[in-house]
Every structure is written in structure tokens, then in C-alpha cells.
Design a binder for this molecule. Structure first.
Ligand SMILES: Nc1nc2[nH]cnc2c(=O)[nH]1
Ligand SMILES: [Zn+2]
Length: 480
């Protein structure tokens, strides 16, 4: 990799200050060192060239060693998105799910595709496209499920590193002979653990500090795993401190299966707890149907939830209740869960999170009489705002994967994982400014507040608005 250059970014910066509030830094200057760390943030800079000169002097930098990017009118810098749950091999199936729901979808579409990626050239095609595509949508950190195949999983880690995406890469573990098809399963728990260790060792070899790419222990979901495999992975977690990801309570048929297969546990969450998998470093995808007691258990264990609204709709799994999870004190991030969800975009996931929360609200029954007003208030409360879903997409996701001190916002000492967003400027005759012709369909007339511009981007934006993407200070995607 060529040595990285220092960066100076100028213009408007937008990020989450809190769960409810965005912060806008206008006429700001952000300096990033060659390690990709933010070393200076100045706001309300009156004179750009004066500020440049002063900053370079302060930092001991010379102009020649710095790449300067200035956001034009209508553009802003935003933190890179964190996808807390995505299946890289399934990228080839994005949009293909028909009328299926989870268990038949796995059997019909997913297991055959995943198994076929033991063909390494095919895996390379799918994985490199997946990483490039998600980067182009502003995903600077992705928490990936790969497949059973160690070589292909290791290849995904290699590609994340070379293409510059921050990633957690999990070799999917599935050793239960009943649920997993014969053509796509581990021989036994020993094989699961051996193969997992091979991927852990590989990633340690290519990125010893796990600075950009880290392994993640990945029991696919309880029905896919024997008790021995789950307990073995939990032991590996205790030895290595590596994070864990799995699925929970996505679908009613799946939950029935769990009840039948694990009669020793009171609930789905209790299965993971019994075998040592509910930890502060565990990300649980979906949690659509968890009970109050399960949510309390997850909160007490400090485990996180990846909300996957697009997938939960596509596979008719159900509407997950983010406000309730937050009330319980659980950290929540967003997952595309592609190809359970059709889209590789976290902006789309954020939009869908806002919409699904409205479906949750519409499902709240308003009784006649004294309780009506309280029910109406609750209906309002469960709806997620623009600010809240963008928090989920950035800082919320960063907390889920333990990177809250490194990414998700613009603070001195954090790393420059960011995107430059551009919205089309409508000219006086109702056309577009020339450079904006290919900028998607967010039209800004000029009278909108910054809050309104961000809302327009959330609801109508796409990858055409994402002009530059950086991870750890490295430019990893650019669109003209
Ligand atoms: N959405 C989703 N749920 C799962 N549960 C077990 N495997 C999967 C998967 O690949 N996708
Ligand atoms: Zn999933």
C-alpha cells in the first residue's frame, strides 16, 4: 500500500451529537494525519487560506504533503456508515427472495449460493463486488458473515484489507446435522472450531493488530449449531476476546425450532446465554420477537442488537421495536442483512428503520376512553426521527461493534471514516446546475434548512450522492 497522505477537509460537517441531535459544523476545517486520525477541528473559519496557513504551521505540515478537499455549495461531510449485519456471499442474490420466509428462503436461495462460493474465482467476483458496492454506498465498516469455506472467507478478509473497508469477517459455523443440508455443513463441532481458528489465524497474519479487519466468531444461529459448537466458540471468545455475531428471534418457525431443539432453555436468548454466547461483544441480528424477559437478559449481558428493517419486511419476519430496545438499555445498530434485505445500502436501512417504526406505531391499539391519550402519545413516541435513524447508522452501529471511540463521529482522536455527500442544486429555470445532472434525485432549491436537507437525503438519497468515501484517512471510493 502506498504511504498515506495527510488530509485537510473544508466545508460543512454533519454528525450525531446525541441519539436525538445532529450537529452541524459550518465553515469548518478538519485535519487528518497520515495514520488517518483526526488531529484538529476548527469551526466557523472566516478565511480559508488564512486558516490553512495557520493550521499547517500549528501542525508542522507543509502544503505539498497534504491533500485538500473542499466541500462545494450543497455538499457536506458525514461519518461513514456502519453495517452491523451483512452476508457478503448473498450479494449475488440481492433482490431475489420471492415470497419466501426465513426457513424456506435459506433452503431455496441461500444455502445453495453460499455453498457454491467454495469456488474461489466465483467467491472473488462476488466478494470484491460486494465490498466495492457497499463502499460506494458509504459503508466504511461492515460486519460480514462469509460462508463455511475457510479459503473463501479468508479471501473476503484479504479483499476488505486491500480495498480498504473496515470489516469484521466471520466464517459461518453450522455443524448441526438435522437443519443444515448435507452439502453445506461442518462434520462436527471440532471441525467448526478448527476451521474458525484457521480464519482467525489468517486474519491475524494479514492485519496483526486487527486495525482494519478483525475476525468475528459466527455461530450462524442456534438451530444451525450443536451445543458443543456454541460452547466451543464461547470458549474461544473467552480466550481471544474476539467479537461474536449470530441471529435471534427473526421468525416464528425458527423460534419453534429452537424451542424443540433446546428444551433445556427457557427462551431463545437463554440458549445463547446457557452456552456462553451472550457477551458485551455479541451482536444479535433481528430480535424481532424477543420477549420482555429476553430483552432484559440481553441488556444485562451488554449484548447488542442489529436492527435489519429491510430484511424483516422482505422475509415477512415482523417489525422490530427499536424504541423499546432503547428503553431497555440495549445498544442498537443497523444491518442491511443483505440478501434477506434487498439492498446493500445503510442509507436505505435507515430509511426503512424510520418507516418500520411507523408500522410499529400503527400497530398500537388506541382504546376508547381514559387510556386513549396515553396510547396516542405512545404511538408518537415509538416513531424514529431522521436524527435517530442516522444515529443508528453511525454512532449506534459503532457502539455495537465496540468502535465508538474510533468511528461514527467527528472528534479529535477519532479516525477519518467519512463520506462526502452532494445534493443537486436546482437552478433558477428549474434545471440543475451542470455538475449535478447525475446526482440522483435529491433536489435542493436553496431555501431548505440544513435539517430539511438531511431529511431529503435520508428519504431520497442513494449512492449517486456519495461522492467520496474514506476509511482511516484512505480514499477508498470516488464518484464524479
Ligand atoms: N436473515 C437471515 N437469517 C438467518 N438465520 C440463519 N441464517 C440466516 C441468514 O443467512 N439470513
Ligand atoms: Zn443475517
Amino acid at each position: 500500500m502506498s504511504p498515506q497522505r495527510k488530509l485537510l477537509l473544508l466545508g460543512t460537517f454533519v454528525h450525531s451529537r446525541t441519539q436525538q441531535h445532529l450537529e452541524f459544523l459550518h465553515n469548518a476545517a478538519v485535519a487528518v494525519d497520515e495514520q488517518g486520525k483526526i488531529v484538529s477541528i476548527e469551526r466557523d473559519v472566516a478565511d480559508v487560506s488564512e486558516a490553512k496557513e495557520r493550521l499547517f504551521k500549528q501542525l508542522g505540515w507543509s502544503e505539498a504533503e497534504v491533500d485538500v478537499t473542499e466541500a462545494a455549495e450543497g455538499q457536506f461531510f458525514f461519518p461513514g456508515f456502519v453495517d452491523t449485519h451483512i452476508h457478503a456471499p448473498q450479494y449475488a442474490n440481492a433482490g431475489i427472495f420471492g415470497k419466501s420466509s426465513l426457513l424456506d428462503w435459506l433452503e431455496t436461495y441461500t444455502f445453495p449460493l453460499e455453498a457454491s462460493l467454495s469456488d474461489l474465482p466465483k467467491a472473488r467476483r462476488v466478494y470484491s463486488r460486494c465490498v466495492r458496492r457497499t463502499l460506494s454506498h458509504g459503508t466504511t465498516t461492515a460486519t460480514y458473515y462469509a460462508t463455511l469455506d475457510v479459503a473463501a472467507t479468508n479471501l473476503l478478509a484479504d479483499l476488505c484489507l486491500s480495498l480498504g473497508q473496515r470489516a469484521f469477517v466471520g466464517r459461518a459455523c453450522m455443524d448441526d446435522p438435522e437443519i443444515n443440508p448435507e452439502y453445506y455443513r461442518d462434520a462436527d463441532a471440532d471441525e467448526t472450531l478448527r476451521a474458525t481458528r484457521q480464519t482467525v489465524d489468517h486474519v491475524r497474519g494479514i492485519d496483526p493488530g486487527f486495525d482494519l479487519v478483525s475476525p468475528i466468531l459466527t455461530p450462524r444461529f442456534a438451530p444451525s449449531c450443536t451445543r458443543e459448537a456454541m460452547a466451543g466458540l464461547a470458549q474461544l471468545h473467552r480466550e481471544t476476546g474476539l467479537p461474536i455475531q449470530t441471529h435471534i428471534s427473526e421468525n416464528l418457525g425458527e423460534m419453534q425450532l429452537v424451542r424443540r431443539m433446546f428444551p433445556e432453555a427457557d427462551s431463545y436468548a437463554a440458549v445463547y446465554d446457557k452456552y456462553g454466547l451472550l457477551t458485551p461483544k455479541t451482536v444479535l441480528a433481528h430480535a424481532v420477537h424477543i420477549s420482555d424477559a429476553e430483552a432484559s437478559l440481553i441488556a444485562a449481558k451488554g449484548s447488542k442488537i442489529s436492527h435489519c428493517p429491510c430484511s424483516n419486511t422482505c422475509l415477512t419476519s415482523g417489525p422490530a421495536r427499536v424504541r423499546w430496545m432503547w428503553d431497555k438499555g440495549i445498544d442498537v445498530g443497523l444491518g442491511t442483512d443483505m440478501s434477506g434485505g434487498y439492498s446493500p445500502s445503510i442509507l436505505e436501512a435507515a430509511r426503512q428503520a424510520a418507516l418500520v417504526s411507523r408500522h410499529v406505531a400503527m400497530g398500537i391499539h388506541v382504546p376508547q376512553g381514559d387510556d386513549a391519550a396515553a396510547a396516542e402519545r405512545e404511538k408518537e413516541r415509538v416513531k424514529l426521527t431522521v436524527e435517530e435513524v442516522l444515529y443508528l447508522a453511525t454512532r449506534g452501529g459503532a457502539r455495537c461493534v465496540g468502535l465508538q471511540d474510533k468511528i461514527g463521529g467527528f472528534e479529535i482522536g477519532m479516525e477519518w471514516d467519512a463520506q462526502l455527500v452532494s445534493l443537486s442544486q436546482v437552478s433558477d429555470d428549474g434545471g440543475l446546475e451542470e455538475q449535478d445532472d447525475n446526482d440522483g434525485f435529491v433536489d435542493v432549491f436553496g431555501w431548505e434548512s440544513w435539517d430539511d436537507r438531511i431529511a431529503k437525503w435520508l428519504y431520497n438519497g442513494d449512492d449517486r450522492n456519495t461522492k467520496r468515501v474514506w476509511v482511516k484517512g484512505r480514499l477508498v471510493h470516488r464518484r464524479n
